[in-house]
Design a protein around this ligand. Structure first.
Ligand code: HEM
Ligand code: HEM
Length: 473
């Protein structure tokens, strides 16, 4: 199957390289902070918490620093930066205003900083899962999302569509939808249950918020980035534009109905829970169409998929996606849910997809882009990049496996009505394994971070801006 879209028809002239660099650099700073927080918190489970007795580093505060840090500090910041690169390339238009673009970067990072200060130093958290950002920061988040949406994303895409009269490449569909959904979703999740909709009605909105944050921001943006980068690296078009749109529309119709599957067996009306299960099964259609399109596109590149490092990150990410979506096909059923809810099985799923899939996509994209952003002919060290890949890939896989096994053991113990402490003792080997894999992930990430820094700062051969595809990957 062919398609009529060709990414190479676009120009690079409208990308603000300095700002893309800063979005990415700040996202990697937040990633380091979030990883350290996650690692420290994992030691609490094995009774070795390093900050015992220090109020501002108490485990509860450190946990949300980890979860908000990876989601908002890292994934959202990095993907906004990558979209600032991709959208001008695909639309041949810059952001609407460069000044507003800088303002958005500064405001967004201040939001993350004040959120972390609010958590750690003032113990302020909104009692909404994934929406813990202190309530007084929420309006600023909404405003910042609206600015990014209009200035960086929807503005250039709309201008391109109106002025050129051409259809949108699938990545642009995904980015457009992600920002429309997320602006609404952030309001629904953070304001309605807090101020106007209490009780189980509010809980069903919260469940929708959790799900739509990952399903209608992280997922579409991640796949939009994949649909851009993989054809660029392979220098081949995507296998099928039609199949990509099937995936997009199935996501648009089915994902928003899934939310209540986060709160199965809760007081939310049973028909809402059942609907969420049925539409979750439907969502697998999306998963398989996207994976199929991805694999067929890769096939055109022969051995490139494992010899070119950016693609290797994407392949590892897609494998994690497939595996965890097969896992979630199981845990979304009431029978399995009864066994695994509240256990580490879910934590494993969350890591495998947020880290193993969508963070890996970011790493893959950055592996391709970073030297180009600095006009360098390559990375400071290729071998450090390979080490980073393998340490994070193995760490991610082992962490997922151990949490899954630990989760099943916890579930079995609770179902057998054993004393709770017994399940804790039984979980210890798996929690120790998690902390060990955490060391591997941290080390792998340190290699990557050193390489980012050295590539940016080492005086070296500069590639002329437009000769960048000459880089070997
Ligand atoms: C076919 C697709 C998916 C299905 C059916 C599914 C299903 C579920 C279910 C049922 C839960 C709740 C489990 C429980 O609490 O017992 C859950 C949790 C979670 N899922 Fe998924 N999932 C899917 C895809 C994804 C994707 C693509 C992401 C990330 C981009 C994701 C991220 C998460 C996270 C972070 C949690 C933990 C949320 C929390 O803190 O409670 N899931 N998933
Ligand atoms: C050094 C590596 C890491 C370690 C040791 C670690 C550890 C932890 C721990 C201990 C928790 C709390 C689990 C609980 O409350 O039962 C957690 C939660 C979480 N972490 Fe990590 N983490 C790491 C890396 C990451 C990365 C890279 C990501 C994503 C990019 C991530 C995403 C999450 C998410 C989404 C949750 C919430 C899970 C849920 O509520 O179900 N973590 N992590």
């Amino acid at each position: 199957m062919g398609n009529t879209y060709s990414i190479d028809t676009v120009s690079a002239g409208h990308v603000n390289y300095a700002r893309v660099r800063l979005w990415l650099a700040t996202s990697f700073f937040w990633f380091a902070a979030a990883l350290l927080a996650g690692y420290a918190y994992s030691l609490q489970f094995i009774r070795n918490y390093p900050f015992a007795g220090i109020e501002w580093l108490s485990p509860g505060r450190v946990r949300v620093t980890h979860t908000s840090g990876v989601a908002f500090g890292f994934l959202v910041t990095a993907t906004i930066g990558l979209m600032e690169y991709v959208i001008p390339k695909l639309t041949n238009r810059p952001v609407l205003s460069q000044k507003v673009g800088w303002l958005a970067l500064i405001v967004w990072n201040l939001i993350i900083l004040t959120t972390v200060i609010g958590y750690l130093f003032f113990g302020q958290m909104q009692a909404i899962e994934w929406g813990e950002t202190p309530t007084w920061i929420d309006p600023v988040v909404l405003l910042a999302l609206a600015i990014v949406a209009v200035n960086n994303v929807l503005g250039p895409i709309l201008k391109f569509s109106l002025e050129s009269g051409r259809g949108l490449y699938v990545s642009l569909w995904y980015f457009t939808a992600a920002f429309v959904w997320t602006a609404i979703n952030y309001f629904v999740g953070n304001f309605l249950p807090q101020y106007w909709v209490p009780g189980s009605a509010g809980a069903s909105l919260t469940s929708m918020y959790i799900h739509d944050l990952v399903g209608l921001y992280v997922t579409p943006v991640g796949w939009g980035l994949m649909y851009y980068l993989v054809p660029v690296v392979l220098q081949k078009p995507i296998f099928s534009h039609k199949v990509s749109l099937l995936g997009f529309w199935a996501l648009a119709f089915l994902y928003p109905l899934n939310g209540a599957h986060h709160y199965l067996f809760s007081p939310i009306p049973m028909w809402v829970q059942s609907l969420s299960i049925v539409s979750s099964v439907g969502v697998h259609l999306v998963v398989y169409t996207v994976i199929y399109n991805f694999l067929q596109t890769l096939r055109q590149g022969g051995t490139d998929s494992y010899t070119k490092l950016p693609l290797r990150w994407f392949v590892a990410g897609a494998i994690s996606y497939l595996l965890t979506c097969m896992q979630c096909a199981l845990h979304v059923t009431l029978t399995v849910q009864e066994h695994v809810h509240f256990t580490d099985w879910v934590v494993g799923h969350a890591h495998f997809v947020m880290f193993g899939t969508f963070s890996f996509f970011v790493f893959g994209f950055v592996t391709y882009l970073w030297p180009r952003l600095w006009g360098k002919s390559g990375w400071w060290s290729d071998s450090l990049n390979h080490w980073a890949f393998w340490m994070m890939a193995i760490g991610n896989f082992v962490m997922w496996t151990s949490l899954m096994i630990g989760g099943l053991i916890q579930g079995a113990s609770w179902m057998a009505l054993e004393p709770f402490t017994k399940s804790i003792t039984a979980s210890e080997p798996y929690w120790v394994t998690r902390s060990i894999t955490g060391v591997g992930i941290l080390l792998g990430y340190s290699f990557f971070a050193v390489n980012l820094y050295k590539t940016a700062t080492t005086r070296g051969e500069k590639a002329p801006a437009m000769a960048r595809p000459a880089l070997a990957m």
